[in-house]
Design a protein around this ligand. Sequence first.
Ligand code: CMP
Ligand code: MG
Length: 422
Amino acid sequence: MYISGNIIPKWLAMKTLASFTHYYAPGEIIFHEGDPGTTAFIIEKGKVEVSITRNNEKLLLAVYDSGDLFGEMALIDETPRSATVMVLEPTEVIAIERSQFDKAFDKAHPLVNLFMHTILHNLRKTNHRLLQNVDLQTSPAGHKRFNDKFLDARNETVYLVKAENELTRALNDNEFQLYLQPIVDVLSGTIQGFESLIRWQHPQRGLVPPNEFISLAEQTGLIKPMGEWIIHDAFRQLRVLSSEIPELLHNTPDFFISINLSAKQFIYPDLFSHVMDTLKQHNIASHHVKFEITESILMDNPETALLILNKFKQEGFRIAIDDFGTGYSSLSYLHSFPIDTLKIDRSFINSMQENATSLNIVHAIISLAKAIGLNLIAEGVETEQQLQNLQYLECDSVQGYYFYKPMPFAEALELLKNKSCQ
Ligand code: CMP
Ligand code: MG
């Protein structure tokens, strides 16, 4: 037996798994019409009949046997049992509890939810009409009682479908821009590289910040084309910078543009090959590209992350951990993953002045990173005081409004041109 390519292990085929298996004898009622229901069943062996009683008359709806599923309706829309199930032959069933179903359901796209509720709703309506012998014309209007779950699924679906359409349109119409925010040396203030940050130039709403659309892009799967566009545009910007300022990469061999990668991009198996193809297309050296990833990517799916990050590393890309200190900050991944840089989260930098704990955490992160040879960037540096503290603590680099805001590419190019003339 196979489940998605894997042989089912022996322990799963053992008889001792009886806790989920229920046995019924012929004549037993598994549940009655109108009962509350929190379990669905799959028949492993045996036979049951499904019936309802109307005007003291039993109406047979179905007979189910091995492999069939029943009792699913009450699970889906939390409505009482629509029929009675009685055992015809010695029967063995596997129980599926509502909590198991809800877990699977919560992960599904709301469209799946909406479609299922709609099918169920229509089925109940049809059952009702057929059994009461009511025809469509005389059937009472307003038989449209949806439960809250259905209404939530419908609202969420409408919202996501609209978002997907609008983001797709924006991608096709080239409304996204990649802004650049300089990252500077903590002592000299010289620009060492840039973080690329996506912005949406909406025709009516103006500039839309990424926190208003990245999560929607992730939920709708549009993060794939959006992420590919970001990689493409960052590489293009690097190429333009190096051709407009020929001495840039020569004078600053470590110059980089960093690209934020979403955990959702790691799901797609062609991430690495896409990056390599784009690199070749723009003919730039990989070590000028740094990928920023969050700790959750490493913790959620360590095997895949390690595989992909090792490949990036072998090709010469650099890797930074973004928002360091807000996630797991596990010491074990720091040495098992090929990391070059830690970016200390802005929340520590913001509160460093008033909060001794934050200052101590920043100090500890810097000492730790130095001890294992990692490079450091402090995020969200906004004041002279913060800068001085970071200089004192010997942080390597800083990023934040104190020096520069994120700027359109043309401005970053001008800035670099002016700097390189000085
Ligand atoms: P549920 O409503 O939870 O409990 C009774 C079950 O009988 C129901 O889920 C379905 O699995 C099954 N059932 C209800 N109506 C029909 C029908 N018209 N045809 C076949 N099976 C049905
Ligand atoms: Mg970042």
